[in-house]
Design a protein. Sequence first.
Length: 648
Amino acid sequence: MIAITFPDGAKREFPVGTTSAGIAATISPRLAKEAVAAKVDGILVDLSHSLDSDASVSIITRDSPEALELIRHDAAHVMAEAVQELFPGTQVTIGPAIENGFYYDFARAEPFTPEDFARIEAKMREIIAADKPLVREVWSRTNAIEHFRFKGEAYKAEIIEDLPEDAEISIYRQGDWLDLCRGPHLPSTGKVGTAFKVMKVAGAYWRGDSRNAMLQRLYGTAWRTKAELDAYLLQMEEAEKRDHRRLGKDMDLFHFQEEAPGSVFWHPKGWSMFQGLIAYMRGRQDKAGYVEINTPEVMDKVMWETSGHWFTFREHMYTTVVEDRTYCIKPMNCPGGIQVYNKGIVSYRDLPLRIAEFGKVLRYEPSGSLHGIMRVRAFTQDDAHIFCTEAQMEDECRKVIDLIMDIYKDFGFDNVRIKFSDRPEKRIGTDETWDKLEASLKGALDHMGLAYELNPGEGAFYGPKLEFVLRDAIGRDWQCGTLQVDLNLPERFGSSYIDESGQKQRPVMLHRALFGSLERFAGILIEHYAGHLPLWLAPVQAVVATITSDADDYAEEVARALSCAGLRVELDRRNEKIGYKVREHSVKKAPIILALGKREAEGRQVALRRLGSQAQETLALDDAIRNLVEEATSPLARVAGDTYRNII
RNA sequence: GCCGAGUUAGCUCAGCUGGUAGAGCAAUCGCCUUGUAAGCGAUAGGUCGUCGGUUCAAGUCCGACACUCGGCACCA
């Protein structure tokens, strides 16, 4: 007998070999019927799974959160069967459950088209209606390989061949169709339900490697109920509405055109926001003891050979030849920054030296990777290079991390993940140097008690890096800030400082960007706020709109007063109804509309309306100005600054 | 870069199986003086992404290229 512990703490004995289905049956007939899987010592297993030792067991029904993953995984299998039935000759590869749904990668010469989706869905419904039992079988390796080879399933055979020697090869059978799969699965196809949809088709490389064949990936979504599916589809539509490319048009922030793929044409309003971000960051950096410089966009190729970019980053670099001399357009700011440091003699007393640059960099990015202002070929970094002694390195890292986290909070990003990327294959410098750099960067995180995930081999070519990934209002992750520590570039460019005993020493160089790319960060903010930018950042903070032409003079006075108080204002005296004006400015995401009619003009008042609300507030003009000025204050104002240069 | 889909007026889109383009909004002009997310009328606006081919005839069929979108790969 074995002892089974249930989630409520109850303990009961069962014969060895009892299946999880059997256990469910002893609890209640209802549970026996509703059970779809079980969790044994925290691991999800099939209902047919038999237990031969003591364990804690909970029964999973279709309503359990764990069931969702099974439903999706099974939906992938059902889709694979449907596709193979409809399109004979199609090879199956892999098909996992993913966030919000599932996919399956197929190998087929003919492309799938969106017109096929309905047929595939219909066939899937047939398979689900047939409620075929899903039966797990364990096959021998040679049997399995032979079986799939014989069926012409080369990819499946390859997967099995690559499984570890001791791996158990399990096959799941649903009627006549079967697939190699680790499982677990629902007891029958009927349990998948009908709340699913084939969403899109896309290319995907076999095993995620661009050197391999391109497969066709069919994406689907699946949920427990129709209501959940509908909610998901609605959420997708909502996400589309906050797409920064859509809002960029609506709000008249920027545009793109064919002649400059991957480069932004910033319009006045977008540029206002962009400059607002720079002003904020400049202020924060100033208060954190940074100085700011600017360096050339175009420098001789020799500079990039010295830095190592020419050998490790060349495929991303633009070059130009004039007077038989080859120049590179900068893809990074570091070599330029080092030149400023190197000009003159630096004493240990001057360190740490924090040198910032809002540098515009150009990188060739593959055409398929471009995406609005989030992924472009020309972008501005809020870059800085901190030169310090080895002893100061860890403390400087901690200061950067503190600053990053504090700045993200100003934009409402509380969920920030840190990724630690260590030495890549393509790199410069000795292993000893890399050991030292990786250790101190990790040390900074450990001493701050910050959690991080490892990202092996993803560091910059000159040093290990931290990446700061933030999650936006609708749960998407974006990599923004980075912090890299580097001893290699100072060495290559011969940087030095004079220590206490008058000896030349090599400084450490920290590369850091907090927003990362201003373009990307602006895009993230647009989507994060769904266009409802905080007042301090909004390109137009208030629109003064007249209701009748009787209020024209007063409206002009109000607009002028707001403008004099430092607010960005638009005056709308057009001959249109107030409802029309409200709609138009709301679509453009103006945060505040001040509607002025005869009543307001006579009482020297304003009727204030906020974006996203239908409420109106009538208040005295002077109060309105005072409130708005207060409300439009940059979060920069709350940060204490203590910066002066101490000449010793 | 790779796979697939798309590109028609400033914007959003229609145009079936080929017979030289259409709507709504925006724009301009006029009427309306307007009270919180689209008042009414008139006018104007397009070598249908580019280049080439098939055809008596191409927005429509075929090919190449460019760009965009969805993924993959790459990445701030």
